[in-house]
Ligand binder design. Structure first.
Ligand SMILES: *Cc1c(COP(=O)(O)O)cnc(C)c1O
Length: 398
């Protein structure tokens, strides 16, 4: 058996590899530079062009570019009219923003449990958490795999809930042939550098309903409108005139970020194909490995995978997740854990949330870690990661 690097053996790799990394090339740099040399570096034509492209790509009627994915979620909650006293159902196995957006508008996040095989929110659990106060569901396409859109849609229709999809992981994914972005009432994207395409910081809301669209637009520009149709004090006084008709925020994206994202979108199909290639290689390498559990895929989801998660079957191993994680690090493969269940955080604890709320999510959390997955990885690097995982599994198998 190969001796683990953490115990003094030779590491699988000489240099560190990380769980995620952006792909920015000279085309992207040129697109940004061109915009910076122009007249408008914000509120210009690139943002409009991007919004058109995002709508066309996702199949949604409208898209609104915003400053980040968290702002997208906040705008969606504002547009949905969620307010104090309301409840918003979401998953705990996600980045904190999926629940924080409910708190921003004074509502209470309610955590539904996950399916222990797909790690996505379980529609049955959503159903069991509905009360008279429930206003919306924020469903996260965890790792890029589509949530059970059909079942969630049905529940939302039945109870008149707003269906918000947190697709921060899922640009490029499709459910039954329909692109993520066209399915829910509002879909929120993030373009942070660890995500599949990036604008540095950035996000977007896609939406089909015109009324909701207008509300998202207002929410991301101070609640201020130049649209005469929306104004209350007509006729308006002159060309300079605009009105603030609600309380919004400045969540605009800049034009040079939009230029970067337009350029990134040209590579999205290639990114998706390369990510799929790596995921397939990992799946094949890890299938039927005692001690390892592979995330299950639902057949409806054509997944552009953002994260590859291995789950340790700790009953079959003589190590803790922490020991496995540190051993991977010593082999020079730097993993990450996505995510600490949101309600474990002190801030949530102080709001009255307690451990035990979502047993499946808690159990899954104990064994998971994300291994490197990004299109720039070479085949050799992919094999190094597999080598490291298998070496450590072999060492610790009971
Ligand atoms: C990244 C992420 C967000 C927040 O996006 P930002 O652009 O970082 O604000 C929200 N939800 C999920 C699931 C994410 O992964």
């Amino acid at each position: 058996m190969e001796e683990l690097a953490i115990l003094g053996g030779k590491p699988v790799r000489e240099t560190k590899i990380y769980y995620g990394r952006q792909w920015v090339d000279e085309d992207d740099v040129a697109a940004v530079a061109e915009t910076l040399r122009g007249n408008l570096i914000t509120c210009g034509p690139k943002v409009q062009e991007l919004e058109k492209e995002l709508a066309a790509y996702t199949g949604a009627k409208y898209a609104v570019a915003v400053s980040n994915g968290t702002a997208a979620l906040h705008c969606a909650c504002l547009a949905a009219g969620i307010k104090e006293g309301d409840e918003v159902i979401t998953t705990p196995l996600t980045f904190a923003a999926s629940a924080n957006c409910a708190l921003y508008v004074g509502a209470r996040p309610v955590f539904a449990d996950i399916n222990p095989e797909t790690y996505n929110i379980d529609p049955k659990s959503i159903r069991s958490k509905i009360t008279e106060r429930t206003k919306a569901v924020v469903a996260v396409d965890f790792t890029g795999q589509c949530v059970e859109n059909e079942a969630i849609r049905k529940i939302c229709d039945e109870y008149h809930l707003v269906f918000i999809e947190d697709a921060a992981h899922a640009i490029g994914s499709a459910y039954n042939g329909k692109k993520v972005g066209s399915l829910a009432d509002m879909t929120c994207f993030s373009f942070h550098p660890v995500k599949t395409v990036t604008s540095g910081e950035g996000g977007a809301v896609t939406v089909n309903n015109e009324e909701l669209y207008k509300k998202v637009v207002l929410a991301h520009t101070h609640g201020i409108t130049h649209d005469a149709e929306l104004m209350e004090d007509a006729p308006h006084e002159g060309p300079w005139y605009y009105e603030q008709i609600s309380l919004g925020f400045n969540y605009r994206m800049t034009d040079f970020q939009a230029a970067l994202l337009i350029s990134q979108l040209k590579k999205l199909e290639f990114f998706k194909a390369r990510r799929k290639e790596i995921v397939n290689r990992y799946n094949e390498a890890f299938a039927d490995t005692p001690g390892l559990i592979v995330q299950k895929e639902i057949p409806e989801s054509d997944t552009c995978r953002h994260l590859y998660i291995i789950r340790l079957d700790l009953d079959k191993l003589n190590c803790t997740r922490r020991e496995f994680f540190d051993a991977m690090s010593a082999e020079n493969v730097q993993c990450q854990v996505h995510y600490v269940p949101t309600y474990y955080f002190p801030y949530y604890r102080k709001l009255g949330y307690e451990k035990g709320l979502c047993p499946n999510a808690e159990k899954v959390y104990e064994g998971i870690m994300s291994i490197p997955l990004y299109p720039k990885m070479t085949d050799e690097e992919v094999e190094d990661v597999i080598h490291a995982v298998k070496k450590i599994i072999a060492w610790y198998t009971k």
